[in-house]
Design a protein around this ligand. Structure first.
Ligand code: CAP
Ligand code: MG
Length: 424
């Protein structure tokens, strides 16, 4: 008899609601049976009835499968908030995104979205700066923030790295970041790289009169990340970058707590996310991961480009960016749920990957100005080198903001002209 399925149940404001895409295994009778097993295994039950269960426990903690849509293979489960340790995101995921992926009774399972109740949302700090804080810090009030990633990903020594940063900043970019796999190498030690690069940053700020941002990658064991973050702050850095998936949820919560009293923003790189986000029938969505990142408190987050080299369709990227920038979300029953973010600040979305200056009109058209656009190969691959690449990027943004085409604007901007000749 279905104990967890209750299609008359309506979630209340204390419930944590999860929407799943489910493909049942052949031996499973129907989606109702599959959802029964998912609800059980993700909360208080197991494969058989147990003598240690009580009516009281079930009353207090049993979740309800209240939505089953066999046409779209979608179910929704409302979980009692007492099933969760509010500020322990690892425990929450161990419950709603844990054992259930391995059950034989289902073939495919994709966590589409999580709607967190107010008491759980309020247990998290959220972004320290948010979009307003980042725009104040960078003094860029309207246009997209423009950045590059030092390339080659790894290989340069500390001084060479700093020189490339200086060229990108002198060409007009706002931000330079380390690549996701650059941490502290035999040929490029973290501390020396930070010292060399922040010295160049100061020089370029003085030369250009513009704010210049360096985002060093502190990814490492937690105690090392804390030391590296402290080193960045001590040397006048204003950002750290973290590979949020590979460091792990628990370390991420801890590093966010660690910087609470420090004036440093967190840029979240999502390397490895596609191992579980890109298969549209299994894993969990980038949208659900992005919501977790907003709660834990990332200031900037890679969410996709639509037009670049990485997978991520338009609808998906646009929905993710809406969910991490708006305060109240009205959901639907197929891709994302309603969510009230309360006091949590918005995350500034980052579009990066396979982008050149020629993508800028589409990027602004599709994603708007409240964005960070990053160009690695699309800057350092310019025929004229990094400075020219940076200039071409700024020129392309100027063209769009002035309402002219890139080709027209290129008539008086040689760097943009050369970029068009190479990448058109
Ligand atoms: C981009 C990048 C970014 C990824 C991130 C890279 O370099 O530095 O890490 O694109 O992807 O290493 O590929 P390019 P996402 O500009 O040279 O492509 O934002 O999708 O996580
Ligand atoms: Mg990279």
């Amino acid at each position: 008899m279905a104990e967890y399925v209750d299609l008359n149940y309506r979630p209340d404001e204390d419930d944590l609601v999860v929407m799943y895409y489910v493909e049942k295994a052949p031996e499973c009778k129907n989606l109702e049976q599959a959802s029964e097993e998912i609800a059980k295994e993700s909360s208080i039950g197991t494969w058989t009835d147990i003598s240690t269960m009580s009516v009281e426990i079930a009353r207090k903690l049993k979740p309800s499968v209240f939505h089953i849509d066999p046409k779209n293979n979608i179910i929704q489960i409302a979980y009692k908030k007492d099933l969760f340790e509010a500020d322990n995101m690892s425990q929450i995921l161990s419950a709603i995104a844990g054992n259930i992926y391995g059950m034989k009774i289902i073939n495919k399972l994709r966590l589409l979205d999580i709607s967190f109740p107010r008491d759980i949302v309020n247990a998290y700090k959220g972004p320290k700066f948010g979009i307003e804080g980042i725009r104040k810090l960078t003094r860029i009030l309207k246009r997209p923030l423009l950045g590059t990633i030092v390339k080659p990903k790894v290989g340069l020594n500390e001084k060479e790295h700093a020189k490339v940063c200086g060229e990108a900043w002198s060409g007009g970019l706002d931000i330079v970041k380390d690549d996701e796999n650059l941490t502290s190498m035999n040929f490029n030690k973290f501390e020396k790289r930070i010292e060399e690069t922040l010295k160049v940053r100061d020089t370029l700020e003085n030369q250009t009169g513009e704010k210049k941002i360096y985002m060093p990658n502190v990814t490492a064991k937690l105690n090392v990340m804390k030391k590296r973050a402290d080193f960045v702050v001590k040397n006048g850095g204003e950002y750290i970058m973290v590979d949020v998936v590979t460091v792990g949820i628990s370390a991420l919560q801890e590093i966010r707590d660690h910087v609470e009293d420090k004036d440093v923003a967190i840029h979240a790189h999502r390397a490895m996310h596609a191992a579980f986000t890109r298969d549209k029938t299994h894993g969990l969505t980038m949208l659900s991961l992005a919501k977790i990142m907003r709660m834990i408190g990332m200031d900037q987050l890679h969410t996709g480009t639509i037009v670049g080299k990485m997978e991520g369709p338009k609808r998906e990227v646009v929905e993710i960016n809406e969910v991490i920038t708006k305060q109240k979300i009205t959901g639907n029953d197929t891709s994302f749920l309603s969510q009230d973010w309360g006091k949590l600040k918005p995350i500034l979305p980052v579009a990066s990957g396979g982008l050149s200056p020629l993508h800028i009109p589409d990027l602004i058209e599709l994603l708007g100005n409240n964005m960070v656009f990053q160009f690695g190969g699309g800057c350092h691959g310019h025929p004229g080198g990094t400075i020219a690449g940076a200039k071409a990027i700024r020129q392309a943004v100027d063209a769009v903001l002035n309402g002219t085409t890139l080709v027209d604007h290129a008539k008086n901007n040689i760097e943009l002209k050369k970029a068009i000749e190479k990448w058109d």
